[in-house]
Design a protein around this ligand. Structure first.
Ligand SMILES: [Zn+2]
Length: 194
């Protein structure tokens, strides 16, 4: 059975998060395998300087040595950026004593492309379920939405890659509807009324 606690940023399991980011996002269709530290500026989590090829050693644009797209440091930066945004709330899940996953979100209007959304809308940034606990995905979704309701949110928006069809199917089954494409040409936003 899933045990759910609120995320406390000070004790969040960052090493497990980084490992999950590397496993989950390095494959297709995300392709977030390696990055050029020069062409992908610090704090930029988009497509600049990103490489899907795990065997590539140097950046094809500037020749710099590549590093893991989701290094421990990058994963930590990503998490702290989220945790410091207004309206942040999230869950950590365990099954027994084992870490099973996490979800978090923050005020949608802090996302550039969602600036027009009201203060009652939460942006769900990450829904992560470790591979051994996939059967709990729906419970993790439900817990995230319940937390959003407890925090007073009335609607959610989340984002996925346009070519991640299985994610879209899962979201549609849950009741999410397509909202709009992202300006990066790779991703799109989906919305849900709580
Ligand atoms: Zn480069």
């Amino acid at each position: 059975m899933l045990r759910t606690k609120r995320i406390e940023p000070q004790t969040f399991p960052l090493a497990a998060l980084a490992e999950w980011f590397r496993e989950f996002y390095s494959g297709s269709p995300w392709g977030e395998c390696q990055r050029c530290p020069r062409c992908s500026p610090q704090g930029d989590f988009g497509g600049a300087g990103r490489y899907a090829d795990p065997d590539l050693e140097r950046c094809l644009v500037c020749g710099a040595e590549l590093e893991a797209y989701w290094s421990d440091l990058r994963a930590e930066e990503y998490f702290l950026d989220a945790a410091n945004r207004p309206g942040f709330a999230g869950n950590v899940h365990h099954v027994g004593n084992e870490l099973a996953g996490w979800t978090w979100g923050y005020l949608a209007s802090t996302v550039g492309e969602l600036a027009e959304h009201p203060a009652s809308c939460v942006y769900i940034d990450v829904i992560g379920v470790l591979p051994a606990f996939r059967q709990y995905v729906l419970e993790v979704f439900d817990a995230g939405h319940n937390l959003a309701r407890e925090c007073g949110y009335e609607s959610t928006v989340t984002r996925t890659r346009s070519d991640a069809k299985y994610v879209q199917e899962a979201m549609a089954a849950y009741g999410y509807t397509f909202l709009k494409p992202s300006s990066d040409g790779e991703r799109e936003y989906w919305a849900y009324r709580l």
